[in-house]
Structure formats: C-alpha cells, structure tokens
Design a protein around this ligand. Structure first.
Ligand SMILES: Nc1ncnc2c1ncn2[C@@H]1O[C@H](COP(=O)(O)OP(=O)(O)OP(=O)(O)O)[C@@H](O)[C@H]1O
Ligand SMILES: [Mg+2]
Length: 246
C-alpha cells in the first residue's frame, strides 16, 4: 500500500439521537481516486465533511498523513489548507473574476505575492482549460465553467487531496461532461481524490476503488468492476439497478 493521505478509523456520527455514521473505516492513498456512491441520506456528505475536518466525528479518528488530527490536537486550519473541497455549488465570489476567485486563497491563505499568485492562478486555469475566460465574472460563465473555476480554486492551493461532493449534481447533462472530463484529467495528473458522485461512467473508468454506503455503513468496497458488476449485497444491487436503469 502506498502512502495514505487521509484515513478515517471507526468513524461514528450522531446528530442528536440520529446516528448518521455507524463505524466507517476508509483510507485514501496518494495518487488514487476513490468514489463513494449510495442512496440519499446514507451519510456520504457527512463522511466527507468529517474527513475534510469541517466537523469532528462523535467517535473515531481522522488521520492526515498518518497523524491523528484530534488526538494530537493538530492545527486544524493548517491541515484544512491542504484539503481541497468541491461542492455541488461552486460558491464563487460574484464580484470577482475567474482569475481573482482562484487567486484569493493563494494571496490570503498561502500568502503568495501578487505576481506569484497571478502566475499560479493562470497556470491552474490553464489546467481546467479556462485561461481564455480568466476575466469573466461567474454570471458570465456556464454552470460547468463555474464548477471548473471552483476546481481550479481548490487545485491552485496544491492540496494533498481534493474532496468532491456531487460536483455535477446541479448541472445539465451536457455540462456534466466537461466537469467529469476535467476530473478525469486531474486523476491522470495523479491528484488524490475522494469523490461522491452518481456518474457511473466516471466511477467505472476513473476510480481505483468504489465504496457503496448505505445507512451510515460501508456495504461494498473494491475495484469498480467488482462493486458495479458483482455486488454482494442486495441493497447495492437494487441501488445500482436503479442507477443504471436496467
Ligand atoms: N447538520 C445536521 N444536523 C442534523 N442532521 C443532519 C445534519 N447533516 C446531515 N444530517 C442527516 O444525516 C443523514 C445523512 O445526511 P448526508 O447529507 O450525510 O447524506 P448523503 O448521503 O450525503 O445524502 P444525499 O445523497 O442526499 O446528499 C440525513 O438523515 C440527514 O438529514
Ligand atoms: Mg450529500
């Protein structure tokens, strides 16, 4: 096994009396793409937020590059800066251009100079094929382009891992592809990714491993062909049948 970037051990989460996560063990290795699928309410977003240190688990451990974040009382903000997040909505600043949106974290979090931040932001916009759109404001970009600016914003920070939570769920089908293609290119560049998505073609072609979650538990995990084509559990079979429309 390669270097593990992010790990959850025995993650449990309650919201009041509702137990949302029931003991999740997950490891994401450097350079790998892991995809999480599962029905609505199964705890996918909650798991992502916990692994991304946006909220603590009720029980269990989160390890970043082998170090137990909460047990060792590590500086959360320092680690958060190394974890990129891409949500369903890109939440760009509307009064800033694409370039300035990408530059923001470089200036204020990484404290790069204006010149360095500009160079890095342009280089990253090139990776998502938006260099020609750098001076456009979010309202002047398509939903897919906005999402790619959001991806560039995460990528520019040189994160150790990027967590995606249904990045194409609010897009029309034809815009979905450009975002999926961008993510595929990131995987080819060796970016470590954990992706919640129902884009089965992405899962099949890009994921090194797929996890099927249901009711706060991992019911299936393994290479795409195993989980998608030959699931052990009835719940995964039913879910996949619906998803694949067969
Ligand atoms: N902050 C919160 N407070 C209370 N309950 C919450 C909170 N966040 C999530 N939940 C509940 O936890 C459960 C799991 O939610 P979560 O958003 O993690 O599911 P999900 O798998 O991402 O679903 P979806 O596919 O719809 O995005 C749901 O029952 C949800 O209502
Ligand atoms: Mg969710």
């Amino acid at each position: 096994m390669g270097e593990v970037v992010l790990e959850g051990r025995g993650i449990k989460k309650w919201y009041g009396k509702l137990q949302v996560l029931k003991g999740i063990d997950i490891k994401i290795e450097k350079g790998k793409t892991k995809v999480i699928i599962g029905p609505s309410g199964s705890g996918k977003s909650t798991l992502l937020r916990i692994l991304g240190l946006l909220e603590p688990p009720t029980e269990g451990n989160v390890l970043f590059k082998g170090r137990d974040v909460y047990a060792e009382k590590l500086d959360l903000n320092k680690i958060r800066a190394k974890i990129g997040f891409v949500f369903q909505e890109p939440s760009l600043f509307r009064h800033l251009t694409a370039l300035d949106n990408v530059k923001l974290g470089l200036r204020h979090v990484l404290k790069l100079s204006e010149d360095e931040a500009r160079r890095k932001a342009l280089e990253t916009l090139r990776i998502v094929h938006l260099e020609g759109w750098k001076d456009h404001y979010p309202a002047q970009l398509s939903g897919g382009q906005q999402q790619r600016v959001g991806i560039a914003r995460a990528l520019a920070m040189d994160p150790e891992i990027i967590l995606f939570d249904e990045p194409t769920a609010s897009l029309d089908i034809e815009l979905t592809w450009e975002v999926i293609d961008t993510m595929r290119e990131l995987a080819e560049r060796g970016i470590t990714m954990l992706v919640v998505t129902h884009e089965i073609s992405f899962a099949k072609e890009v994921a090194d491993e797929i996890i099927f979650m249901d009711d706060g538990m991992i019911l299936e995990e393994g290479p795409p062909e195993k989980v998608l084509m030959n699931p052990k559990s009835e719940r995964a079979r039913v879910f996949l049948r619906r998803l694949l429309g067969v």
